[in-house]
Design a protein around this ligand. Structure first.
Ligand code: GDP
Ligand code: MG
Length: 177
């Protein structure tokens, strides 16, 4: 809808996927509310959060979806992916297995969404450097091979959280505008 002559509004759905406990819910709560929960349980009730940013003088809204813990049972439904314009594929840099799962999440995303979905590979928990099991190079080369963006984040200390979401939002905007 547009209120004024020449003003447009954009609304893009973005999904966050990845293994359980990699920090998906905390990345979203850090971005949308500047909150971190050290003892977070599976998200209950909230399906998505909406954040607006301004690009080229236009209001661009991102409707960012978080799983309600279904990923533990590999039961993320097709409705979750439907209509997505962007995706954050999250792993935990201290858990090699979560990095190895990225392939599985990518296959699932591709099965349920358009190939043009803007994708960001996110290595979360970069504050835990001493426990690192996945090198920056491994993250980078996977992203390069697949043509994704790549970033390491910490929902705990806020490193690159805003960037992770906003690079995706800007990419979607530039693809559609
Ligand atoms: P989800 O299952 O992927 O949604 O993961 P959560 O956001 O629930 O986080 C799982 C656990 O990891 C929680 O105990 C969080 O406090 C913790 N956590 C999440 N992000 C970070 C981070 O960037 N750094 C550290 N050190 N812990 C994190
Ligand atoms: Mg969660």
């Amino acid at each position: 809808s547009s209120d004024e002559e020449g003003s447009e509004e954009y609304l893009f759905k973005i999904v966050i996927i990845g293994d359980s406990a990699v920090g998906k819910s905390n990345l979203l709560s850090r971005y949308a509310r500047n909150e971190f929960n050290p003892h977070s349980k599976a998200t209950i009730g909230v399906e998505f959060q909406t954040q607006s940013i301004e690009i080229d003088g236009k209001v661009v809204k991102a409707q960012i979806w978080d799983t309600a813990g279904q990923e533990r049972f590999r039961a993320v439904t097709s409705a979750y992916y439907r209509g997505a314009f962007g995706a954050l594929l999250v792993y935990d840099i201290t858990g090699k297995d979560t990095f190895e799962s990225v392939r599985k999440w990518l296959d699932e995303l591709n099965a349920h969404s358009d190939s043009t979905v803007a994708k960001m590979l996110v290595g979360n928990k970069c504050d835990l450097e001493s426990m690192r099991q996945v090198s920056v190079e491994d993250g980078k080369s996977l992203a390069e091979a697949e043509g994704f963006f790549f970033i390491e984040t910490s929902a705990l200390d806020s490193t690159n959280v805003k960037q992770a979401f906003e690079i995706v939002i800007r990419e979607i905007y530039s693809n559609v505008s």
